[in-house]
Design a protein around this ligand. Structure first.
Ligand SMILES: [Zn+2]
Length: 354
């Protein structure tokens, strides 16, 4: 995998704090694109093949990751945290987290856990919200934290760097959800040949997905796609439950046929199945309990054909996650194969096939 994947997961970018990820995206999109489109909330895309008489196809990841914000600096110099995105508070205990100061420097901290010696019997299972603990940055008191540069509203990110598994096939890191999709946009833009594209193509990433698909709502309004592809990580159930529609690591990209916010358009489903089979790309059906940016774009303007090409990932929305390199190949091959087919006739055929 290209080094953009590693560089992107290691950047900090809790929802509304996508600045460093956006800068990275801009630097890498500019040399690959004929036009850069940025909306007023900060989602950013590069367009290619724009003089083609073809439909507009849009590919997006999302820049934000789950984490926290500084809610309050307490008198003892500890930090009260506000969860951003859906994070089970249990996973935060005892973790290393960094506050990102206004100038970008990191203030390291640990989430303080009460040792068993200090717990009364009835307190052992009482972590139910971020209010049950605090971030300890080693500040002696309130003023010391202020002097270090800490301010209310700054982002707090998990520290779990990119690590390969012993067999070299899987990669552990924070923020696969969804720097994977951001990197995939750059990856595809870099490798797709203009001559193979029957469509105008925009690829990039949205802001604020984790707090309600906000960036996709505005970026798709601006770009007006005829067809939208979200590339996003979906949680695998394979280590927890036996189900064939819950995602298994290494078994191919996910056809998200159902989620509560977007049921896959039946014509799109046929198009995806046919394209995957024709190109021998491994896929699995996936039923999700959450939504992706596709749900927001589906309802943009007069309605848009959308799909999510899902990347299986274990343990997302926690402090870390795992992906498989074979699934990376499946997602990328699938996106490239779809792009080569999407002319006006294919779009019409997809609509007629519903
Ligand atoms: Zn996501």
């Amino acid at each position: 995998m290209k080094k953009i994947y590693r560089e992107l997961v290691e950047l900090p970018g809790v929802s509304s704090h996508e600045k460093y990820v956006r800068q990275y995206m801009r630097e890498h999109l500019e040399p690959l694109s004929e036009e850069i489109v940025e909306d007023n909330l900060g989602s950013i895309f590069g367009g290619v093949n724009l003089d083609k008489d073809g439909p507009i196809v849009m590919l997006a990841g999302h820049m934000d990751e789950v984490g926290a914000m500084v809610e309050e600096i307490l008198p003892k110099g500890t930090i009260k945290m506000l969860a951003i995105g859906s994070v089970n508070p249990v996973v935060a205990i005892s973790q290393h987290m960094d506050i990102i100061l206004d100038d970008g420097t990191r203030v390291p901290g640990v989430v303080g856990a009460k040792p068993p010696h200090l717990l009364r019997d009835n307190q052992t299972k009482q972590v139910s919200s971020f209010d049950d603990f605090f971030l300890d940055i080693g500040a002696d008191n309130y003023q010391h934290a202020i002097d270090l540069g800490v301010k209310i509203g700054q982002q707090i990110v998990f520290r779990n760097d990119y690590t390969e598994s012993a067999d070299g096939k899987k990669i552990f890191s924070k923020a696969w959800d969804d720097r994977f999709g951001c990197a995939m946009s750059l990856d595809v833009l870099e490798d797709i040949k203009k001559e193979e594209l029957p469509c105008k193509f925009y690829a990039g990433a949205n802001v604020m997905e984790e707090v309600g698909l906000r960036g996709a709502t505005t970026s798709s309004f601006k770009i007006r796609p005829d067809l939208f592809i979200a590339v996003d990580c979906s949680p695998c159930q394979d280590t927890f439950e036996n189900t064939t529609v819950g995602g298994t690591l290494g078994e191919g990209f996910l056809i998200r046929f159902y989620d509560p916010r977007a049921i896959l358009h039946q014509g799109m489903k046929k198009f995806i199945e046919e394209t995957a089979k024709k190109n021998n790309i491994k896929f699995q059906y996936y039923k999700s309990l959450g939504g992706t940016d596709a749900a927001a774009v589906q309802l943009s303007r007069e309605g848009v054909l959308v799909c999510t090409i899902g990347m299986p990932a274990r343990y997302i929305h926690s402090t870390t996650s795992i992906i498989h390199k074979d699934d990376y190949s499946a997602v990328k091959s699938m996106v490239m194969a779809m792009l080569k087919e999407l002319d006006f006739n294919k779009i019409q055929e997809i609509k007629n096939n519903a």
